[in-house]
Design a protein around this ligand. Structure first.
Ligand SMILES: Nc1ncnc2c1ncn2[C@@H]1O[C@H](COP(=O)(O)OP(=O)(O)O)[C@@H](O)[C@H]1O
Ligand SMILES: [Mg+2]
Length: 259
């Protein structure tokens, strides 16, 4: 979606500041995430990308500034309360229950959404099992339903982790490096799958990404993080061609072992 008039932002961050000792992880972050868009965040290690996701999902509280979701402040809300409002996230390292199967993980995620806590055996009754299988099928994970999470390859593990976030039925999903650790040969398939599922579900997405080919292909807009600030923001064809971004960010990325 690259429309001009997209209405009110789904997420609006203003003046976010957060320092750890002398390190300014957020040094005045202003960002609107528009409904339906896929917004990529790029920038070198330590720029504050994860800190932004942590602030938007209640894992860290900014020392100054405001964050509104759908027009209402979410500042100070606990992560679980923010999930209930409609914001989910995935972590750089997948948070699956490693000793459980993919199907059991999906059932647990669905149970978490519905607030239902009961022994796993009971979670796998027909209703939840059917919903869990349908969720896995959307991600192409149906054939892996009976496999333990710790036996998945990294691409399937990342998709399964994102499926668990989608089980929470968010309107906004923030993904921290969804392709990190995924083999180059698998990477595009992983991204194509998750983009297809999220677009079908109408989920707005923010994702931290180090692969500029992925950014160029799948992002509607790119925000460039540098030392706790947003250095550039716009469509990928514009931002990725910006000489300052190329010199100060993409050049560093290329040498960082990520790109
Ligand atoms: N919980 C924390 N305690 C202390 N320092 C932190 C913490 N989280 C992040 N930082 C520091 O803040 C800066 C930004 O970190 P981070 O947001 O993880 O960057 P990125 O995700 O862009 O690599 C880094 O210098 C990091 O060391
Ligand atoms: Mg990070």
């Amino acid at each position: 979606m690259k429309g001009k008039d997209m209405g009110a932002p789904l997420l609006a961050a203003r003046g976010l500041r957060l320092a750890f000792g002398g390190v300014k992880a957020a040094d005045g972050i202003d960002l609107d995430v528009m409904p339906g868009e896929f917004l990529a965040i790029i920038g070198p290690n330590g720029a504050g990308k994860t800190t932004f996701i942590n602030m938007a999902t209640g894992y860290l509280r900014p020392q100054a500034g405001s964050i509104a979701y759908d027009g209402h402040s979410i500042l100070g809300l606990a992560p679980r309360a923010i999930v209930r409002r409609g914001i989910a996230r995935s972590f750089q390292l997948p948070q699956l229950f490693t000793e459980h199967t993919v199907l059991e993980n999906a059932a647990l995620a669905i149970a978490a959404r519905t607030g239902l806590w009961s022994p796993l055996a009971r979670l796998l009754r027909p209703g939840i099992r059917a919903e869990a299988m349908a969720l896995l099928d959307r991600f192409g994970l149906g054939p892996l339903a009976g496999v333990r999470a710790d036996a998945l390859n990294e691409g399937a593990r990342k998709l399964a982790d994102i499926a668990m976030a989608v089980a929470l039925q968010p309107r906004l999903l923030l993904m921290d490096e969804p392709t990190s650790g995924v083999a180059t040969a698998e990477k595009m398939t992983v991204v194509e799958t998750l983009v297809r599922v999220l677009r079908q579900a109408g989920v707005t997405a923010v994702f931290v990404e180090h692969d500029m080919e992925v950014v160029a292909r799948f992002a509607d807009r790119v925000a460039v993080w540098s030392q706790g600030r947003i250095l550039a923001l716009g469509p990928p064809e514009q931002v990725l061609a910006d000489p300052v971004v190329r010199r100060e960010v993409i050049g560093i990325e290329a040498g960082s072992g990520h790109a």
